[in-house]
Design a protein around this ligand. Structure first.
Ligand code: PMV
Length: 360
C-alpha cells in the first residue's frame, strides 16, 4: 500500500456527534527501532511484544465546530485534569494526520485519558497514548464514511499512530508486531505495523515482562533527538543492516522457541541500542549504575539457575525482565529478593504479552 491509499476522500455527514473509547497497550521492542527518515519512516524493521497491563484508556468526544476553520479545537484531560502541557504534542499529531483524515477539522474534540501504569514512572506512554487516540479517530472515520474492512481499519490506525510516535504503530493489534519493510516478509511495511506474519511459538504467547522502575525522572535526551543522531552516526549503516539480519534471526527463534537464542539476541539488541547512544555525537548515557547492577544480577542468576530469563531496555534506565511463564514463580522470587531493591520505591510492574487494543 502507498501512503496515498490512506487519504480519506469520501463525502461524509459532518453533523454526526458522539464519543468513542479505546484502551491501547504499550509495547516493548525486541529488535529496536532507532533511526528514522522523514515522515516517521524507520531506518530498519523492528519486532515487539505487545503488553497486557500497561494501558492507556482514551475517550474522544467530538461535536461539530460552530465555525469552520483550519485551526484545531480540542481540550485534553489526563486523570480528569485539564493538561495544557499535553496540547502541543497532540497538535503536532493532528497536523500530521489531517491530510489523511480531513474530517478532523470539522469537529471540536474533548480527549479524556488515563494510564493504568503510574504517571512519570519512566514508562513511555506515547505508544499506548497515541495508538488509543488513533483508534478513536478511526472509529469516527468508520462511522461517517463508507464501510471499511477490519483490515483497513487497523492498518490505517497503525499508519496514523506511526505519524504520532513511531513505536505507537506496533500497539494497535496482535501480540507480536513487525514494523518496517523487510525482504523476507512481503506483507511488512514502513507505513504501518503488522501482526507477526509467521506462527509464533506458544512459549512466547504467555511470556512475562516485569518492568523494573529504576529511574522515574525525565529523560535527558528525547527519543526524537536520539533518532536524529542516527542520521550521521558512525555505525549507522552497519546498525541498520544488522537490525535487518536480527529480524530474520529473531523470526526463526520466535517460530522455533529456542530460548537460549532468544536471550542472546534480545540482550544484544538492548545493549546495541545503548551502545549507539553512547557513541552518538554528542554522546549520551541513559543507563544508571542500578541498571547495570540489575543486568549483572540477571546474568548471574541465569548462569546459576539455567533459567532463560533475560533483560531488554528502552530509551531509558528502566529494565524489562523477560521470562517464560513456566519459570515465573522462581523469577518473581528472584526479583523480590534481589532486584526490586534497585528500583525507585522498590516498585516494578508485572506485565506479560497481550493481544492489542480494545474498543470499550
Ligand atoms: O517511538 P519513539 O520515537 O519514541 O521511539 C522508540 C524507540 C525505542 O523505544 C528505543 C525502541 C523501539 O523500537 O520501541
Amino acid at each position: 500500500m502507498k501512503k496515498e491509499d490512506f487519504i480519506f476522500t469520501h463525502n461524509y455527514d459532518s453533523s454526526l456527534e458522539g464519543c468513542y473509547r479505546w484502551e491501547s497497550p504499550s509495547n516493548i521492542a525486541l529488535v529496536k527501532y532507532w533511526g528514522k527518515s522523514e515522515d516517521q519512516i524507520p531506518k530498519n524493521s523492528s519486532i515487539s511484544f505487545t503488553l497486557k497491563n500497561c494501558l492507556t484508556n482514551t475517550k474522544l468526544e467530538f461535536v461539530k465546530k460552530k465555525l469552520k476553520s483550519q485551526l484545531f479545537d480540542f481540550d485534553i484531560f489526563f486523570d480528569g485534569k485539564l493538561k495544557l502541557e499535553f496540547k502541543p504534542k497532540v497538535h503536532v499529531f493532528l497536523e500530521r494526520i489531517k491530510k489523511y483524515c480531513p474530517y478532523i477539522l470539522e469537529y471540536k474534540f474533548t480527549i479524556n485519558t488515563t494510564n493504568t501504569f503510574p504517571h512519570s514512572s519512566g514508562i513511555a506512554s506515547s505508544a499506548s497514548g497515541v495508538s488509543a487516540l488513533a483508534l478513536c479517530i478511526m472509529s469516527i472515520e468508520k462511522s461517517i464514511g463508507p464501510s471499511i474492512s477490519e483490515e483497513f481499519f487497523y492498518k490505517k490506525a497503525s499508519f496514523l499512530a506511526r505519524l504520532g510516535s513511531g513505536s505507537a504503530c506496533r500497539s494497535v493489534k496482535g501480540s507480536v508486531n513487525l514494523w518496517g519493510a523487510h525482504k523476507s516478509f512481503k506483507t511488512s511495511s514502513d507505513l504501518f505495523s503488522i501482526d507477526s506474519p509467521f506462527k509464533v511459538n506458544d512459549v512466547f504467547m504467555s511470556y512475562h515482562d516485569a518492568v523494573l522502575l529504576v529511574d522515574k525522572g525525565v529523560k535527558t535526551v528525547s527519543s526524537t533527538a536520539g533518532h536524529e543522531l542516527m542520521n550521521d552516526h558512525l555505525f549507522g549503516k552497519k546498525r541498520f543492516q544488522t537490525a535487518q539480519d536480527n529480524i530474520e534471526e529473531l523470526s526463526i527463534i520466535l517460530k522455533n522457541g529456542n530460548l537460549d537464542d532468544f536471550v542472546r539476541l534480545v540482550e544484544k539488541e538492548a545493549l546495541m541500542l545503548h551502545g549507539l547512544m553512547m557513541t552518538s555525537d554528542p554522546s549520551y548515557i541513559l543507563l544508571k549504575p542500578k541498571t547495570l547492577q540489575i543486568i549483572e544480577a540477571i546474568r548471574e542468576f541465569r548462569l546459576i539457575t539455567k533459567i532463560p530469563v533475560c533483560f531488554t531496555l528502552d530509551a531509558g534506565a528502566n529494565v524489562h525482565v523477560l521470562f517464560p511463564d513456566k519459570n515465573s514463580v522462581e523469577v518473581y522470587n528472584f526479583i523480590d529478593s534481589s532486584l526490586k531493591l534497585y528500583c525507585e520505591n522498590n516498585s516494578y510492574i508485572k506485565d506479560c504479552v497481550g493481544y492489542g487494543a480494545k474498543q470499550l
